[in-house]
Design a protein around this ligand. Structure first.
Ligand code: NIG
Ligand code: FE
Length: 422
Protein backbone atom coordinates (compact mmCIF):
# COMPACT_ATOMS: atom_id res chain seq x y z
CA UNK A 1 0.00 0.00 0.00
CA UNK A 2 1.25 3.46 -0.93
CA UNK A 3 0.00 6.23 1.36
CA UNK A 4 0.49 9.53 -0.45
CA UNK A 5 -0.42 13.21 -0.26
CA UNK A 6 0.25 13.59 3.45
CA UNK A 7 0.69 17.30 4.23
CA UNK A 8 3.55 16.27 6.53
CA UNK A 9 5.19 12.90 7.05
CA UNK A 10 6.97 12.95 10.41
CA UNK A 11 9.67 10.31 9.97
CA UNK A 12 11.48 10.74 13.31
CA UNK A 13 14.38 9.10 11.47
CA UNK A 14 17.84 8.72 12.94
CA UNK A 15 17.32 6.92 16.25
CA UNK A 16 16.55 8.06 19.80
CA UNK A 17 17.01 11.78 20.40
CA UNK A 18 19.17 12.80 23.35
CA UNK A 19 19.21 16.17 25.07
CA UNK A 20 18.74 19.18 22.82
CA UNK A 21 18.49 16.92 19.75
CA UNK A 22 14.94 16.13 20.94
CA UNK A 23 12.33 17.27 18.44
CA UNK A 24 14.00 16.28 15.14
CA UNK A 25 10.89 15.32 13.23
CA UNK A 26 12.47 14.52 9.87
CA UNK A 27 9.51 16.24 8.26
CA UNK A 28 8.66 15.62 4.59
CA UNK A 29 6.08 17.91 3.04
CA UNK A 30 3.60 16.33 0.62
CA UNK A 31 5.03 13.00 1.69
CA UNK A 32 4.36 9.34 0.98
CA UNK A 33 5.16 5.99 2.58
CA UNK A 34 5.19 2.56 0.93
CA UNK A 35 4.21 -0.42 3.11
CA UNK A 36 4.55 -4.11 2.27
CA UNK A 37 3.97 -7.19 4.43
CA UNK A 38 3.60 -5.13 7.57
CA UNK A 39 6.87 -3.26 7.08
CA UNK A 40 7.90 0.15 5.81
CA UNK A 41 9.63 -0.14 2.45
CA UNK A 42 10.13 3.44 1.24
CA UNK A 43 9.60 7.01 2.44
CA UNK A 44 9.74 10.16 0.31
CA UNK A 45 7.83 12.79 -1.62
CA UNK A 46 4.42 11.88 -3.05
CA UNK A 47 5.35 12.55 -6.67
CA UNK A 48 8.59 10.62 -6.39
CA UNK A 49 7.05 7.51 -4.76
CA UNK A 50 3.97 7.46 -7.01
CA UNK A 51 6.28 7.49 -10.04
CA UNK A 52 8.55 4.82 -8.59
CA UNK A 53 5.74 2.43 -7.51
CA UNK A 54 2.92 2.90 -10.09
CA UNK A 55 1.19 -0.45 -9.55
CA UNK A 56 0.63 -0.15 -5.78
CA UNK A 57 -2.72 0.03 -4.05
CA UNK A 58 -3.01 3.69 -3.03
CA UNK A 59 -4.40 5.48 -0.02
CA UNK A 60 -4.82 9.23 -0.36
CA UNK A 61 -3.90 10.89 2.96
CA UNK A 62 -5.82 13.97 1.81
CA UNK A 63 -3.40 16.54 3.17
CA UNK A 64 -3.27 15.08 6.67
CA UNK A 65 -0.30 14.42 8.95
CA UNK A 66 1.20 10.91 8.86
CA UNK A 67 3.40 9.96 11.80
CA UNK A 68 4.71 6.89 13.65
CA UNK A 69 2.31 5.14 16.03
CA UNK A 70 2.64 6.27 19.62
CA UNK A 71 4.51 3.99 22.00
CA UNK A 72 3.10 4.26 25.52
CA UNK A 73 6.17 3.37 27.59
CA UNK A 74 4.45 3.14 30.99
CA UNK A 75 1.02 1.70 31.71
CA UNK A 76 -0.80 -0.39 34.31
CA UNK A 77 -3.73 -1.43 32.08
CA UNK A 78 -4.74 -4.64 33.87
CA UNK A 79 -6.77 -4.51 37.09
CA UNK A 80 -10.24 -5.18 38.44
CA UNK A 81 -12.61 -2.70 40.09
CA UNK A 82 -12.23 1.06 40.37
CA UNK A 83 -11.26 3.72 42.93
CA UNK A 84 -13.87 6.41 42.33
CA UNK A 85 -14.54 6.60 46.10
CA UNK A 86 -10.86 7.35 46.75
CA UNK A 87 -10.89 10.03 44.09
CA UNK A 88 -13.65 11.69 46.08
CA UNK A 89 -11.66 11.28 49.35
CA UNK A 90 -8.64 12.90 47.74
CA UNK A 91 -10.74 15.84 46.63
CA UNK A 92 -11.84 16.18 50.26
CA UNK A 93 -8.21 16.42 51.43
CA UNK A 94 -6.71 12.93 51.95
CA UNK A 95 -3.39 12.33 50.22
CA UNK A 96 -2.49 9.42 47.93
CA UNK A 97 0.09 8.06 50.38
CA UNK A 98 -2.29 8.44 53.38
CA UNK A 99 -4.89 6.32 51.59
CA UNK A 100 -2.25 3.68 50.79
CA UNK A 101 -1.01 3.67 54.40
CA UNK A 102 -4.59 3.02 55.58
CA UNK A 103 -4.78 -0.14 53.39
CA UNK A 104 -6.49 1.51 50.42
CA UNK A 105 -4.96 2.76 47.19
CA UNK A 106 -3.01 0.07 45.34
CA UNK A 107 -4.10 -2.41 48.06
CA UNK A 108 -7.80 -1.92 47.34
CA UNK A 109 -7.17 -2.68 43.66
CA UNK A 110 -5.17 -5.74 44.78
CA UNK A 111 -8.22 -7.06 46.68
CA UNK A 112 -10.43 -6.66 43.62
CA UNK A 113 -7.84 -8.13 41.26
CA UNK A 114 -7.20 -11.21 43.41
CA UNK A 115 -10.93 -11.91 43.27
CA UNK A 116 -11.13 -11.73 39.46
CA UNK A 117 -10.95 -14.77 37.18
CA UNK A 118 -8.62 -14.74 34.15
CA UNK A 119 -11.66 -14.21 31.90
CA UNK A 120 -12.86 -11.28 34.00
CA UNK A 121 -9.40 -9.70 33.97
CA UNK A 122 -9.15 -10.05 30.20
CA UNK A 123 -12.68 -8.71 29.68
CA UNK A 124 -11.92 -5.61 31.79
CA UNK A 125 -8.51 -4.97 30.24
CA UNK A 126 -9.37 -5.44 26.56
CA UNK A 127 -11.50 -2.26 26.23
CA UNK A 128 -8.77 -0.19 27.88
CA UNK A 129 -6.21 -1.44 25.36
CA UNK A 130 -8.71 -0.85 22.56
CA UNK A 131 -9.24 2.73 23.73
CA UNK A 132 -5.48 3.33 23.95
CA UNK A 133 -5.08 1.91 20.44
CA UNK A 134 -7.90 4.07 19.08
CA UNK A 135 -6.08 7.10 20.49
CA UNK A 136 -2.93 6.08 18.63
CA UNK A 137 -0.93 3.92 21.05
CA UNK A 138 0.14 1.09 18.75
CA UNK A 139 2.55 -0.43 21.31
CA UNK A 140 1.85 -0.38 25.03
CA UNK A 141 4.03 -1.27 27.98
CA UNK A 142 1.86 -3.24 30.42
CA UNK A 143 2.69 -3.93 34.06
CA UNK A 144 1.37 -6.53 36.48
CA UNK A 145 1.44 -5.42 40.12
CA UNK A 146 -2.11 -5.73 41.47
CA UNK A 147 -1.69 -9.34 42.55
CA UNK A 148 1.23 -9.15 44.98
CA UNK A 149 1.11 -12.91 45.39
CA UNK A 150 2.85 -15.09 42.86
CA UNK A 151 -0.31 -16.82 41.67
CA UNK A 152 -2.21 -13.61 40.92
CA UNK A 153 0.83 -11.91 39.43
CA UNK A 154 1.28 -14.86 37.03
CA UNK A 155 -2.46 -14.78 36.24
CA UNK A 156 -2.04 -11.13 35.26
CA UNK A 157 1.01 -11.91 33.12
CA UNK A 158 -0.81 -14.82 31.43
CA UNK A 159 -3.74 -12.49 30.66
CA UNK A 160 -1.34 -9.91 29.20
CA UNK A 161 0.30 -12.57 27.02
CA UNK A 162 -3.14 -13.57 25.70
CA UNK A 163 -4.06 -9.94 25.02
CA UNK A 164 -0.73 -9.43 23.25
CA UNK A 165 -1.42 -12.45 21.01
CA UNK A 166 -4.92 -11.15 20.34
CA UNK A 167 -3.73 -7.69 19.25
CA UNK A 168 -3.93 -5.57 17.12
CA UNK A 169 -1.67 -3.76 19.63
CA UNK A 170 1.74 -4.98 20.74
CA UNK A 171 2.43 -5.18 24.46
CA UNK A 172 5.79 -4.90 26.25
CA UNK A 173 5.19 -6.79 29.48
CA UNK A 174 6.60 -5.87 32.92
CA UNK A 175 6.53 -7.75 36.23
CA UNK A 176 5.73 -5.30 39.03
CA UNK A 177 5.41 -7.65 42.01
CA UNK A 178 7.14 -4.88 43.98
CA UNK A 179 4.28 -2.39 43.59
CA UNK A 180 3.25 -2.30 47.28
CA UNK A 181 3.71 -4.37 50.43
CA UNK A 182 0.73 -6.78 50.46
CA UNK A 183 -1.50 -6.80 53.58
CA UNK A 184 -0.29 -10.26 54.66
CA UNK A 185 3.28 -8.88 54.89
CA UNK A 186 2.35 -5.62 56.70
CA UNK A 187 5.20 -4.73 59.04
CA UNK A 188 7.37 -7.42 57.41
CA UNK A 189 8.38 -5.69 54.21
CA UNK A 190 11.86 -7.23 54.27
CA UNK A 191 10.31 -10.70 54.33
CA UNK A 192 8.26 -9.83 51.24
CA UNK A 193 11.36 -8.51 49.50
CA UNK A 194 13.28 -11.69 50.41
CA UNK A 195 10.46 -13.91 49.15
CA UNK A 196 10.09 -11.98 45.92
CA UNK A 197 13.84 -11.81 45.23
CA UNK A 198 14.85 -15.32 46.24
CA UNK A 199 11.81 -17.33 45.13
CA UNK A 200 9.40 -15.47 42.86
CA UNK A 201 11.91 -14.07 40.37
CA UNK A 202 13.48 -17.49 39.66
CA UNK A 203 9.97 -18.98 39.35
CA UNK A 204 8.94 -16.18 37.03
CA UNK A 205 12.02 -16.85 34.93
CA UNK A 206 11.13 -20.49 34.35
CA UNK A 207 7.37 -19.77 34.01
CA UNK A 208 8.16 -17.24 31.29
CA UNK A 209 10.29 -19.80 29.44
CA UNK A 210 7.31 -22.19 29.43
CA UNK A 211 4.50 -19.71 28.68
CA UNK A 212 5.93 -16.87 26.63
CA UNK A 213 7.38 -18.92 23.75
CA UNK A 214 10.44 -17.19 22.40
CA UNK A 215 9.75 -13.68 23.71
CA UNK A 216 12.49 -11.74 25.45
CA UNK A 217 12.25 -11.70 29.25
CA UNK A 218 9.78 -9.19 30.75
CA UNK A 219 10.99 -6.08 32.52
CA UNK A 220 11.18 -6.14 36.31
CA UNK A 221 10.02 -2.89 37.93
CA UNK A 222 9.95 -1.62 41.56
CA UNK A 223 7.95 1.22 43.16
CA UNK A 224 10.73 2.90 45.17
CA UNK A 225 8.77 5.30 47.38
CA UNK A 226 7.79 6.21 50.94
CA UNK A 227 5.12 3.69 51.93
CA UNK A 228 6.20 1.25 49.20
CA UNK A 229 9.81 -0.03 48.85
CA UNK A 230 12.84 1.62 50.45
CA UNK A 231 16.04 2.23 48.54
CA UNK A 232 17.74 -0.83 50.08
CA UNK A 233 14.73 -3.02 49.32
CA UNK A 234 14.47 -1.70 45.75
CA UNK A 235 18.16 -2.35 45.21
CA UNK A 236 17.87 -5.90 46.50
CA UNK A 237 15.00 -6.73 44.14
CA UNK A 238 16.62 -5.09 41.11
CA UNK A 239 19.97 -6.78 41.77
CA UNK A 240 18.28 -10.18 42.03
CA UNK A 241 16.40 -9.48 38.78
CA UNK A 242 19.54 -8.34 37.02
CA UNK A 243 21.42 -11.47 38.11
CA UNK A 244 18.71 -13.54 36.37
CA UNK A 245 19.01 -11.46 33.19
CA UNK A 246 15.76 -9.46 33.47
CA UNK A 247 15.86 -5.93 32.01
CA UNK A 248 15.06 -3.35 34.70
CA UNK A 249 12.73 -0.42 35.26
CA UNK A 250 11.99 1.66 38.35
CA UNK A 251 9.29 4.01 39.64
CA UNK A 252 11.44 6.67 41.30
CA UNK A 253 10.91 10.11 42.83
CA UNK A 254 7.15 10.22 42.19
CA UNK A 255 6.60 11.89 45.60
CA UNK A 256 9.79 11.63 47.67
CA UNK A 257 13.45 11.36 46.72
CA UNK A 258 14.75 8.05 48.10
CA UNK A 259 17.70 7.69 45.71
CA UNK A 260 16.05 5.26 43.28
CA UNK A 261 17.27 7.09 40.19
CA UNK A 262 20.90 6.59 41.20
CA UNK A 263 20.37 2.85 41.69
CA UNK A 264 18.61 2.62 38.32
CA UNK A 265 21.58 4.24 36.59
CA UNK A 266 24.10 2.15 38.52
CA UNK A 267 22.33 -1.11 37.60
CA UNK A 268 21.85 -0.11 33.96
CA UNK A 269 18.04 0.05 34.10
CA UNK A 270 16.36 0.54 30.73
CA UNK A 271 14.24 3.34 32.17
CA UNK A 272 13.57 5.34 35.33
CA UNK A 273 10.02 6.63 35.49
CA UNK A 274 8.15 9.54 37.15
CA UNK A 275 11.27 11.52 38.25
CA UNK A 276 9.52 14.45 39.88
CA UNK A 277 11.60 14.81 43.06
CA UNK A 278 14.89 13.96 41.31
CA UNK A 279 18.02 15.89 42.43
CA UNK A 280 20.48 17.78 40.24
CA UNK A 281 23.18 15.14 40.87
CA UNK A 282 20.83 12.36 39.84
CA UNK A 283 19.82 14.24 36.69
CA UNK A 284 23.51 14.53 35.78
CA UNK A 285 24.06 10.79 36.39
CA UNK A 286 20.97 9.90 34.38
CA UNK A 287 22.03 12.13 31.51
CA UNK A 288 25.44 10.44 31.38
CA UNK A 289 23.78 7.00 31.11
CA UNK A 290 21.59 5.12 28.62
CA UNK A 291 18.71 4.91 31.09
CA UNK A 292 15.67 6.63 29.57
CA UNK A 293 13.87 9.16 31.79
CA UNK A 294 10.13 8.54 31.42
CA UNK A 295 7.98 11.50 32.49
CA UNK A 296 4.32 10.79 33.28
CA UNK A 297 2.59 14.17 33.43
CA UNK A 298 -0.94 12.71 33.72
CA UNK A 299 -0.09 11.63 37.28
CA UNK A 300 0.68 14.99 38.92
CA UNK A 301 -2.18 16.43 36.87
CA UNK A 302 -4.63 13.82 38.17
CA UNK A 303 -3.39 14.23 41.76
CA UNK A 304 -3.60 18.03 41.49
CA UNK A 305 0.11 18.23 42.36
CA UNK A 306 2.12 21.36 41.61
CA UNK A 307 5.34 19.56 40.65
CA UNK A 308 6.15 17.85 37.37
CA UNK A 309 9.26 16.14 35.99
CA UNK A 310 12.01 18.75 35.41
CA UNK A 311 12.16 17.79 31.75
CA UNK A 312 14.06 20.85 30.54
CA UNK A 313 16.80 20.23 33.08
CA UNK A 314 17.04 16.60 31.99
CA UNK A 315 17.36 17.75 28.36
CA UNK A 316 19.89 20.48 29.18
CA UNK A 317 22.00 17.83 30.90
CA UNK A 318 21.82 15.68 27.74
CA UNK A 319 19.37 13.02 28.95
CA UNK A 320 17.09 10.75 26.93
CA UNK A 321 13.52 11.79 27.69
CA UNK A 322 10.31 9.91 26.95
CA UNK A 323 6.73 10.73 27.92
CA UNK A 324 4.27 7.99 28.91
CA UNK A 325 0.65 7.82 30.00
CA UNK A 326 0.75 5.84 33.30
CA UNK A 327 -2.79 4.49 32.83
CA UNK A 328 -3.81 3.06 36.23
CA UNK A 329 -6.91 3.07 38.46
CA UNK A 330 -5.39 5.20 41.22
CA UNK A 331 -3.53 8.15 39.80
CA UNK A 332 -4.26 8.36 36.09
CA UNK A 333 -7.20 6.63 34.46
CA UNK A 334 -6.61 8.08 31.01
CA UNK A 335 -6.27 5.98 27.87
CA UNK A 336 -5.47 8.97 25.65
CA UNK A 337 -1.71 9.54 25.25
CA UNK A 338 -2.48 12.69 23.22
CA UNK A 339 -3.67 14.18 26.50
CA UNK A 340 -0.32 13.42 28.19
CA UNK A 341 1.40 14.98 25.19
CA UNK A 342 -0.67 18.14 25.70
CA UNK A 343 0.27 18.17 29.39
CA UNK A 344 3.93 17.67 28.45
CA UNK A 345 3.77 20.83 26.33
CA UNK A 346 2.34 22.87 29.20
CA UNK A 347 3.99 21.47 32.33
CA UNK A 348 7.21 19.92 31.02
CA UNK A 349 7.65 22.87 28.65
CA UNK A 350 8.15 20.70 25.58
CA UNK A 351 7.32 21.94 22.10
CA UNK A 352 4.90 19.75 20.12
CA UNK A 353 7.86 18.42 18.09
CA UNK A 354 9.72 17.47 21.28
CA UNK A 355 6.64 15.87 22.80
CA UNK A 356 6.06 13.86 19.59
CA UNK A 357 9.63 12.52 19.66
CA UNK A 358 9.22 11.73 23.37
CA UNK A 359 6.11 9.61 22.67
CA UNK A 360 7.48 7.79 19.59
CA UNK A 361 11.17 7.07 19.02
CA UNK A 362 12.32 7.85 22.58
CA UNK A 363 9.41 5.92 24.06
CA UNK A 364 10.43 2.96 21.89
CA UNK A 365 13.91 3.20 23.44
CA UNK A 366 12.30 3.08 26.91
CA UNK A 367 11.02 -0.43 26.09
CA UNK A 368 14.09 -1.50 24.04
CA UNK A 369 12.20 -1.51 20.73
CA UNK A 370 13.88 1.43 19.01
CA UNK A 371 15.17 -0.89 16.26
CA UNK A 372 11.64 -1.95 15.22
CA UNK A 373 9.34 0.91 16.26
CA UNK A 374 9.03 4.64 16.82
CA UNK A 375 9.94 6.06 13.41
CA UNK A 376 9.02 5.83 9.73
CA UNK A 377 12.13 4.28 8.20
CA UNK A 378 12.57 1.43 5.71
CA UNK A 379 12.68 -1.93 7.49
CA UNK A 380 10.69 -0.84 10.51
CA UNK A 381 7.29 -2.22 11.47
CA UNK A 382 4.50 -0.36 9.65
CA UNK A 383 2.83 1.23 12.69
CA UNK A 384 1.55 4.65 11.63
CA UNK A 385 -1.09 7.22 12.48
CA UNK A 386 -3.02 9.37 10.08
CA UNK A 387 -4.15 12.45 12.00
CA UNK A 388 -7.18 14.57 11.27
CA UNK A 389 -5.01 17.68 11.06
CA UNK A 390 -2.64 19.11 8.46
CA UNK A 391 -0.07 20.65 10.86
CA UNK A 392 1.61 18.48 13.52
CA UNK A 393 1.54 21.36 16.05
CA UNK A 394 -2.18 20.77 16.48
CA UNK A 395 -1.09 17.82 18.65
CA UNK A 396 -0.42 19.33 22.03
CA UNK A 397 -2.18 22.56 21.16
CA UNK A 398 -5.56 20.83 21.12
CA UNK A 399 -6.46 18.31 23.79
CA UNK A 400 -9.23 16.03 24.96
CA UNK A 401 -10.48 15.20 21.46
CA UNK A 402 -9.07 12.24 19.56
CA UNK A 403 -7.15 13.64 16.57
CA UNK A 404 -6.26 10.19 15.22
CA UNK A 405 -8.26 9.35 12.11
CA UNK A 406 -6.67 5.99 11.25
CA UNK A 407 -4.30 3.67 13.03
CA UNK A 408 -2.16 1.54 10.72
CA UNK A 409 -0.76 -1.43 12.60
CA UNK A 410 1.68 -3.85 10.94
CA UNK A 411 0.45 -2.45 7.64
CA UNK A 412 -3.27 -3.05 8.35
CA UNK A 413 -5.63 -0.08 8.27
CA UNK A 414 -7.86 0.34 11.31
CA UNK A 415 -10.61 2.86 10.87
CA UNK A 416 -11.65 5.01 13.78
CA UNK A 417 -14.30 7.65 14.02
CA UNK A 418 -11.72 10.42 14.24
CA UNK A 419 -12.67 14.04 13.94
CA UNK A 420 -15.57 14.90 11.64
CA UNK A 421 -13.56 17.02 9.24
CA UNK A 422 -10.04 18.29 9.11
O1 NIG B 1 2.63 4.88 38.45
N1 NIG B 1 3.23 4.73 41.52
C1 NIG B 1 2.86 3.58 41.46
N2 NIG B 1 2.06 3.08 40.53
C2 NIG B 1 1.09 3.86 39.87
C3 NIG B 1 -0.10 4.09 40.70
C4 NIG B 1 -0.79 2.82 40.94
C5 NIG B 1 -2.08 2.93 41.69
O2 NIG B 1 -2.32 3.88 42.46
O3 NIG B 1 -2.88 1.99 41.51
C6 NIG B 1 1.74 5.09 39.28
O4 NIG B 1 1.36 6.22 39.57
FE1 FE C 1 3.32 3.58 37.25
Amino acid sequence: MLIHSASQVLTLAGGPQRGDALGRLGLIEDGAVLLRDGRIVAVGGSAELRAAYPGEEQLDAGGRVLMPGFVDAHAHPIWAGDRAAEFEQRLQGKSYLEILEAGGGILSTVRATRGASPEQLIAQTRPRLAAMFAHGSTTIEAKSGYGLDLETELRMLAALLRLDDEGPWDLAITFLGAHAIPAEFKGRADDYVAELSANWLPELHSWWGQHASGRPLPFVDVFCETGAFSLAQSRRILEAAKALGFPLKIHADEFDNLGGTGVAVELGAVSADHLVATSAEEIAALAASDTVAVALPATPFALSEAHYTPARRILEAGGLLAVGGDLNPGTAWCENLQFSLALACRYLKLTPAEAIAATTINAAAAIQRQEQLGSIEPGKQADLLLLDVSDYRQLGYRFGTNLVRNVIKKGALHVHSGYPGQ
